[in-house]
Structures are given as C-alpha cells and as structure tokens.
Design a protein around this ligand. Sequence first.
Ligand code: ADP
Length: 489
Amino acid sequence: MKILMITSEAVPFAKTGGLADAVSALSIALAKLGHDVRIVMPRYYRIDRNKLKQIPGPMGVHPGYQEIWTGVYQSTLPGAEVPVYFIDHEQSFGRDGVYGVPGATDFADNPQRFSLLGHAAFQLCRKIGWIPDIMHAHDWAASLAPILLKFNERHGDFSHTASVFTIHNIGYQGIYGKHLYPYTGLGWDHFYSAGFEDWDRINFLKAGIVSSDKLTTVSPTYAKEIQRPEFGFRMDGILRYRSNDLYGILNGVDTDIWNPAKDRLIPAQYTARTIEKKAVNKEALQKRMGLTVDANIPIVGIVTRLADQKGVAELFGPAYGSAHRICSEIKLQMVVLGAGEAWCESELVALSHKLSNFRAYVGYDESLSHLIEAGSDFFLMPSRYEPCGLNQMYSLLYGTLPIVRRTGGLADTVENYDEKTGEGTGFVLDNLTPQSIYDTVGWAAHAWYNKREHIEKMRKRAMAQKFGWDESAARYAEVYEAAIKGIEG
Ligand code: ADP
C-alpha cells in the first residue's frame, strides 16, 4: 500500500510530545512490512534547510483565500527508507515552536498554518506523481487532509484514496473563531456537514472525526474512554456515533533507543539476567541529583510534562499535593524531571529546597530521562487521562515498576500487584486523589521493604514484556484495508 502520513511533528525533526515518536516509528514499522510510506510535515525554523534536499520548483497551494507559493524539501527518517517531505513557507512555519511559543502557546494564525499543511499534502502528491492509497492524518493539526479528501479531492485524482485519522490526545482540538473558517478553503456549505461547527466556533478535531473514513486512537482502553463524557472532551457523542469505525491500537516503543541492554545514555547496561547492574545506575542517579547514596532506600522517579493531564495538581499542588507528604512520611527518595506549567516548576524547586529526599530538574533532558528510568525502583504516573503513555512502557522494560492510575494505555499495559501471589507488573490506583497516590506509593514502598522477592519477580516479568511496533503496524495495515474497502464499497 502507498501511505502518506500527514503530521505537524515527527522525530527527529520536530517534537512536542509522544505523537512525534509514534508517527516516525509507525512509518518505519510499516515500511518494514513492505508498504511505501511517506511523511509530509512543515519545515519549521529549526529544521535546517542545508541538511535537506530541495525538490526543484515552487509549489502553488490554494487554501481558499490566496495562492501561496511554497518550497518542498526532502529527507528520510534516520536509518530507514521513509521519505519525509517538508513544506517550506517562511511566513507560516519559519518560526520557533510548532503550535506556539512559551507565553503564547497557540499561534493566532494556526488555522491558516495547518490549513496550508492540509492543502499542501494534495499538491505534493501531484508534484511528485505519487497518489497514496491511504492518507493517514495525525491529530487536529493534520485533520484538514481527510476533510478535503472527502469534500473536494475524491472527485478527481484521489478517487481511490481513503483516509484514517488518529487521535493521539483528544484534549487538543484546534478550536478557533468561525471568522477563520474561510482559511480552510471549504465553502460554508461544509461548515456543518464536515463537522467544523462547535458552539459557533470551528473545531478541527471534530471535523476530522466526522469526515475521516476510519478513526484510531492509541490504546484500546482510551478508545472506549473517549466515548464517555468524563474523557471525551465533548467529543464523546460523535465518537459514539462513529464507534463502528473507531479502533484502539497501542503505540509501540522504539526499542533501539529504549533498551536497557544497549542504552548508551546510562552508565551500566543490563538485562533481566544481569539486573544487579541496575544498582550502578541507581547510584549514578543519586549522585547526579544530589541525593544521599544509599542502595537500601527505594527511588520513585517521575518524567513528565507538567500539565494537568498528568495529575500534577494532585502530586505537587501547593496546598494538598501528595509529594510533600509522601517524602515526609515514607522512607524513600523522589526524583522528578519535568517542564511545563510555571506554578508547578516553581513548586518543584521549592520542594527540592524543603526536602532532603526530593530532587527535581526543571527542563527537558533526554539523557536524564534515561537515567531516571534505569536508576529508579518505581516510576510514578498518576495521569488524569493517558491516551497511551510511553514512560510506563519504558519503565517496564527497564525493570522499574510503574505506579499508575487505571486509565487509557496505563490500564492496558500495567498489571496490578497481587500481594498474595506476587503476580503483576506494577501498582495501580483508581481515584486521582492525593490520598490515593500516597496510599499506593506507600503500598509499593511497603512491598519493597517487606516483600523483596515479589519485587524481584515483578521486575523480571515487567522486563519480559514486548512493546514493539511490528504488531501495532500490522493492526494499522488492517485498518487501512478496511478503510479502502469502505470507499470502494
Ligand atoms: P505525552 O506525549 O503526553 O507527553 P508520553 O508518555 O506519551 O506523554 O510521552 C512523553 C515523552 O516525552 C516520553 O518519551 C518522555 O520520556 C518524554 N519527556 C517528557 N518530559 C520530558 C522531560 N522533561 N525531559 C525529557 N523527556 C521528557
């Protein structure tokens, strides 16, 4: 099959979250299965044109309000034969930030910017003489492609192309004033029929859900949860309406990068059989974070965006957050790596000053994130909602037992500890409250001090889990087949 991925981010070129990892890894896995996969994305300011190959000639795109002349550059994903095409338009994309910059997290002209991406996807295919069987769009910023396919393009060159739209996080929808609707290039007759209308505004994600042939999201549990009001961010109704076309497919892990046996970002590589070497990483982590070096105290690690989704209010909220109580009352150490909401960043600094067994690094640091996974005993992730989540899977592979809330991909990947038998791969809490986080961390620490044989058994079981992309890619291929069958009807 010929598959075009349309996305606002893909590693290693641009990343703000797990979406960027998923798009590239899925593309590589599909290419390995023999599919012709290509990616189209914007060329942001930070993507150096000098390292890309220019496709000669300007490319005219007509998103509705004016003709826009863009350039097209090309590269490939590292270590793979997956072509990546970059739409180059200085005025739209030649700036820092994918969706915005700190302080202005959502650029006011995002509807124009990402409409351009959607229209450019079709022009690109014409320019390179390659018409895909599948257009696979990721999240709201790419949703215009399936919408245009359904309403404008399927009458011509793309009459046999089907669309798949993946929701990586339903919390981000691309909602703007309806005066910006004309930038989509669609007539007002599609304002309602394409699903844009949302309480008198426009909603890109909603239109993607209404207009795409098939829908997917990134874990089976999240696929069910988003059909309920508590998790659907107001999209639960239309998702229930489309539930026959909605699939939940778990993301995989890039095991070239996240593999304790060959991880070059940690001092001691290890496997389940040489797990004793994990202690070297623990010591390195304690030293690096300025904690007392002590093998006999458990470390709870956290690597996260400091966003409400991740349960940071319940963890670090200045009045009731559980981290302060956990570190004061339970004999353990806690290390946090995170960046995000300003109040939370300052709270982390304050806690580091107050508590000798709590240390935080505020910022983004790839190598520290690996050391935390390798050196910690437990990994805490009490998310409010979690479409898939990567860190709990990294933790399992590193023998670092996850303490998670039973939601989304966390529910699908972590099996709760059974203290009678020692079965399980982690510790699961149901209610997102400071008390319940405290109780569950306390439970894990209690097992660490009193049931070490269970902990060792769970570690081995955790490290034996498989989270490769191959199986997920095969499931996506099935969804593509179903989408094509649907339009050929
Ligand atoms: P989300 O995409 O919602 O942020 P995921 O768990 O799916 O959550 O993916 C987050 C990714 O970003 C992981 O690879 C995680 O290690 C990484 N990450 C998040 N915050 C940081 C940070 N401050 N430093 C380094 N890596 C981080």
